[in-house]
Design a binder for this molecule. Sequence first.
Ligand SMILES: [Zn+2]
Length: 478
Amino acid sequence: MTKQYETVIGLEVHIELATKTKIFCGCSTEFGGTPNTHTCPVCTGMPGSLPVLNKQVVEYAMALGLVTNCRITQVCKFDRKNYFYPDNPQNYQISQLYLPIARDGYVEIEAGNGKKKVRIHEMHMEEDAGKLVHDEWDDTSLVDYNRSGVPLVEIVSEPDMRSADEVIAYLEKLRMIAQYLGVSDCKLQEGSMRADVNLSVREVGAETFGTRTEMKNLNSFKAIAHAIEGERTRQIELLDAGKEVVQETRRWDDNKEHSYAMRSKEDAQDYRYFPEPDLVPIVISDEWIAEVKARQPELRTEKLERYKKEFDIPRYDAEIITESKKMADVFEETTAACGKPKKVANWLMVETLRLMKDHGMEAEDLAFSPVNLAKLIDLVDAGTINSSVAKKVFEKIFTDDVDPEKYVEEKGLKMVNDEGALKETIDKVIASNPQAVADYKGGKEKALGALMGQTMRAMKGKANPGIVTQMLKEMLQD
Ligand SMILES: [Zn+2]
């Protein structure tokens, strides 16, 4: 009988904090930019430079810890993690090992078999490294220190997940929390959220864990799901062949759908951690914790409650809209501008989600002005454009944020309600489709649809469909 295996997964998630400046200096944290322009002696590791801790980083980390049910470490400190790598100019990273900012929390996820808690072992603050660029030159690598010193929180989970679905649900939950708190935009494609996956397999019923491997810096949910499936299969094949899994760090190549060994897994002792001598310990008072708690913005559960009272939209709609903070913001601003919450909800849940999928976008990338969607809804309600034209106009709002009033005017998209113009067109359609006319008169209701379609096409989609149907019926009675 073949053996049954269980997958055991723990995650280390790095979230880049959305502070204006870096963790230990005043340089900008803005993504991209000309290489090595957001830099100074501190974040390029110049001798004699000294770090100064950004208070906002501590508060963002505390906010994350509190919402995920962690204990805040009220005397915490930084440690040096020593290693050489060209993207790390100090030859050490300022991180936290002994007294991380938060510990022992959990988040609740929903995947497959219902609700489940994923425990958080700890959360620590640290600085990001620079970026090496290898691709464009054969024999040269370049280094960009703009990202060096951007603040990160690393969230280390317990090995509580058992499938790719649970991992994705956990990441989505963390992302939602961070976005609602406003502490990070969590864009996977820009690297402001990254996950390292620790995975092992064991026979079902086994008490101890198998040997784990770590896969680093996976930057899309799809890559994470593929990497988990690929690594699980690889480990099971090794065990079934009587071989051993080696503890190591592996890199997943999503194009080749294959992982390969990078290095044998290092332990904490390999980094020669020691307390960071240039920074004093951080003392967090009860008052400070209370302050951060009091400043906590409205989270999803509270939003759902408020939507029920304030907007009277179905729970289902509210849940979809509040899945991301950004979408909820668009909903609230559009509703404020037009006062029609259910219609706004429909545009977001149907057309907006469809276009996001087509363009491979996430809610965070939505860039159109809520006021333009509000105007579009008003144009439809006023009978100025019909709903199929409205969908086309919305595509332009979605991609180019056009003002729908101007756009409809310029492109001549107003609905034709003029019965004279319609009568002329319908006459022509009736004259050139004798078969459909005969079918309709013979009792085939469907034939009306064909004639209707012809008329709408002849009117370039701008006719008022209600009036066309009514006029067709009348004119076919003769
Ligand atoms: Zn700097």
